[in-house]
Design a protein around this ligand. Structure first.
Ligand code: GDP
Ligand code: IMO
Ligand code: MG
Length: 433
């Protein structure tokens, strides 16, 4: 069964959108399985930059159906705007190429409000640095069994009753705990029932389509958002997002069964970035960080914040590969390392006089460990037009091979620029044309 998962192996922004767009030219369906519009997935095509927050990154490929699974949380206002923007850019979006799970939870205005108010109240040093999109509060409501699902927006009577009772509780929290003004349920109802009308044609039983497509032997690509170090279970808790960005999210978030999956592609940047707060052992400061940010244009696709930058962290990467059963790596942004005299990979964490290769669960250990680095000679050549391994500068190829040796996982794709054709395949181990 030729279905694959594409997920991030770092703290997000690894280039998942770019890799999904590339592979989606060879698949029948792309299914997003978790996260919401905290995601920003960039695809550059014909010089145009398209940033997707909700819509799967296969939408630009005519051959592929795009689905949003039940594990995703949806801000309908943002989704409607995104559909409009895609249409204006010349990409038709209709129920014939895009569907949303009826079971996906809806990000409501009070979720955004709570997210922002909580972040504002947190003392400096305790902020999570969320994207402010209401992600934590919406997943919280899902698990507290007081969520609103996409289907609810299309059943006005039941929706109103549910909303009134849920908002009574949420408004009390906003007023009494967060000290802000409550929201008017009637206005929220009017606005959201309107989104239900607009989105009704797209709302469907996505898990049934996934199952049927799997049975028919179609190629399905499951698209992750965020990265496994932001996963609620395996990430750097509590500096994480509120969903399973890793492999587990595929099953709970789409209804896919494990036997469907033949490959798990882990997207890894050739260095590391993080946006928001939380531990980051290989974070650099000064000229190295500045150069990585400048050359890699490391500014958030969702919030525009500067991304924190540092060298590739082999310890964290190995942990992500293990916890997701990654079978092949897509290594992105190798071109950004061109021009560095020396490039480094972290191969261990020094803590309390010894060096470990295990990624610690303890935040205090992570925050105080000293990365130990392997240093390699860099290269100067522009990698943009390179299409095969033998044309890579020897030191760049050595870097890629070293990633394979340190992880024991083959590198399938090497991305050497943001444009669609700027990549090479080192082997045809995953999805062939
Ligand atoms: P995602 O959230 O994982 O999809 O990643 P983002 O889109 O947030 O960030 C990745 C950024 O790197 C985007 O601006 C991409 O256009 C860009 N990008 C992706 N792959 C490459 C690459 O190989 N080289 C360069 N220079 N840029 C890349
Ligand atoms: P993509 O899919 C990078 C980070 C936020 C914050 C933490 C929690 O583009 O890789 P949240 O709003 O989810 O409650 O914020 O997670 N974060 C991301 N960082 N890329 C993302 O998505 C992210 N989505 C959330 O910056 O630190
Ligand atoms: Mg992103």
């Amino acid at each position: 069964m030729p279905s694959i998962v594409v997920l991030g192996t770092q703290w997000g922004d690894e280039g998942k959108g770019r890799i999904v767009d590339l592979i989606a030219s060879r698949t029948d369906l792309v299914v997003r399985y978790q996260g919401g519009n905290n995601a920003g997935h960039t695809i550059v095509t014909d010089g145009k930059k398209i940033i997707l927050h909700h819509v799967p990154s296969g939408i630009l490929r005519e051959n592929s159906l795009s689905l949003i699974g039940n594990g995703v949380v949806i801000d309908p206002k943002v989704l409607v705007a995104e559909i409009d923007a895609l249409r204006s850019a010349g990409y038709p979006v209709s129920p014939s190429n895009f569907l949303i799970s009826e079971r996906a939870h809806v990000i409501m205005p009070y979720h955004r409000e709570i997210d922002l108010l909580r972040e504002k109240r947190r003392a400096s040093g305790r902020k999570i640095g969320t994207t402010g999109r209401g992600i934590g509060p919406v997943y919280e409501d899902k698990y507290a069994r007081r969520g609103i699902r996409m289907l609810d927006l299309t059943e006005p009577e039941a929706f109103r009753n549910r909303l009134v009772s849920v908002m009574a509780e949420r408004n009390a929290y906003i007023e009494k705990v967060l000290g802000a003004e409550s929201l008017d349920p009637e206005r929220v109802y009017e606005e959201y029932v309107g989104y239900g009308e607009v989105l009704r044609p797209f709302i469907s039983d996505v898990s049934a389509i996934v199952r049927r497509s799997g049975d028919e032997g179609k190629r399905i690509l499951f698209e992750g958002a965020q990265g496994s170090l932001l996963d609620i279970d395996f990430g750097t808790y509590p500096y994480v997002t509120s969903s399973n960005a890793g492999l587990g999210g595929v099953f709970s978030g789409t209804g896919a069964v494990p036997a469907l999956i033949s490959s798990i592609v882990g997207v890894a940047k050739a260095y590391t970035t993080r946006v928001g707060e939380g531990p980051f052992p290989t974070e650099e400061s000064g000229e190295i960080q500045d150069a990585l940010r400048r050359e890699g244009e490391e500014y958030g696709a969702t919030t525009g914040r500067s991304r924190r930058c540092g060298w590739l962290d082999g310890v964290a990467l190995n942990y992500a590969l293990r916890t997701n059963g990654v079978t092949a790596i897509a290594l992105t942004k190798l071109d950004v390392l061109s021009g560095f005299e020396k490039v480094k990979i972290c191969t261990g964490y020094g803590y309390n006089g010894s060096v470990t290769k295990e990624f610690p669960a303890s935040l205090s250990v992570l925050e105080s460990c000293e990365p130990s680095y392997e240093e390699m000679d860099g290269w100067d050549e522009d990698l943009a037009g390179i299409k095969s391994a033998e044309h890579l500068p020897p030191n760049a190829l050595r870097f890629v091979k070293r990633v394979e040796e340190l992880t024991g996982v083959p590198v399938w794709i090497v991305s050497v620029g943001p444009q669609r054709d700027m990549y090479l395949e080192l082997r045809d181990c995953v999805v062939s044309r």
